[in-house]
Write a protein that binds this ligand. Sequence first.
Ligand SMILES: *Cc1c(COP(=O)(O)O)cnc(C)c1O
Length: 377
Amino acid sequence: MIPFNRPSLVGNELDYIREAVELGHLSGDGQFSKRCHAWLEAAVGGQALLTHSCTAALEMAAILADLQPGDEVIMPSYTFVSTANAVALRGAIPVFVDIRPDTLNIDETLIESAITNRTRAIIAVHYAGVCAEMDAISEIAKRHGLFVIEDAAQALMSTYKGRPAGSLSDAAAFSFHETKNLLSGEGGALVVQNEKLMERAEIIREKGTNRRQFFRGAVDKYTWVDIGSSFLPSELVAAFLLAQLENGNVITQKRIDICQTYRAAFVDAAKSGRIALPVVPQHCGFNGHMFYVLFPGIEGRTKFMNAMKAAGVMTPFHYVPLHSSPAGRRFGRHHGELKTTDSVSERLVRFPVFFDLGDNQDRVIAAALRALDEIGV
Ligand SMILES: *Cc1c(COP(=O)(O)O)cnc(C)c1O
C-alpha cells in the first residue's frame, strides 16, 4: 500500500533531540525553540512563537482578537475544524461564506455582505498552500475595523504578491503536524505583526502569566495577569522541528516537483474535461503543499477512489463542509448559499505528496491513469 503521507527524517532531527536532552532543558522556550523562532521570523517576518499545534495558535489568535460571546467571525466553510473551533471556544459565532471555484479559498467578494454590527474578525485560510486574496480582504477589514487572522497551516513558505504567507494579517497560525510540509509530529506557530499583540501573546501562551517577561528581567516577579493556557511545545518537539526548518527549501522544492509531475501526468485528462486541476494564480507563490484533482461529480470520485484503493494507493478527500456539520449548525451560521463548498467537497481527491514518495509516484500516476480510463469519467 502506498500511504497518503509518511513523515521522514531529512537532517539533524535525532542529533538535535539528543542535544536538547543533554542541555538539560526539556520544557518549552529553550535554545531550540529560540532557534525556531529566529528561523520563522526570518522566513515570514513579524514575531513568532512556537505552539503545540496550529489549533493552539488559532485559539491564541482568537483571544488576541478579543472575541466576546456573540461576536461574529467570517470564514470559509471549506476548512479544517480548528478554524471554527477557535472562534466557538470564545463563545463567538463562525459565519461561513462560500469559496472561489478556482483556488477554493474564501470568496472575498462575499465577505462584505456578511458583515453585521457584531462582526469582529475575518479568518482567511490559505488552502492547499495558495494564498487567499489578501489585498481585498485587508481592504475590507480596514474599512470595517476588523481583525484579520490567516490560517496559514498549509502555507509556510508560500507567497502572495511576493510577500510571505503569515505576514499578511494581524495574526497568523502555522502547523507542523506530520501531514504538513515541515513537521514535528504535532506542532505549530503563531506569528504576529505588532509589538502590543506579541506582548499579550507571550502571556496567553504562558498560562496567562508574565513568566516570559520575568525571565527576560522585564518585571521583578511573575504572576497571573490575563487568561491563557499552556500553548507551548517541549524542546524535544522544537529540536525535531529545527532540523526540518533548516531543510525547508529542500523539502519545499521536492514537494513542488512532485506536484508538477502530477500536473504534467494529468494535463491531458484535464484538457478533455474529465477532471480539473488545481489553480495557482500568477501572483501566488506555491509551496507544494497539496495536489488534488476535481471530478465532475461524487460518483466519478467514489469510483476513482475505490479503483485506487484496489491498486494499493490511498487517495483521501476532505472537507465535510463546516456549515452543514452538527457543530457548525449549533455554533455557527452561514451567509448565503454555499454551492461551491458543497460541490467541491463531493468532487475533490488528494494525492500522496511527501518527502520520500520517490519512485512510488510513478506507480500512483500509472494507477490513476488506469483508473480514469476504467471508470470512464
Ligand atoms: C492542519 C490544519 C489545521 C490544524 O493544524 P494542527 O497543527 O493539527 O492543529 C488548521 N487549519 C488548517 C487549514 C489545517 O490544514
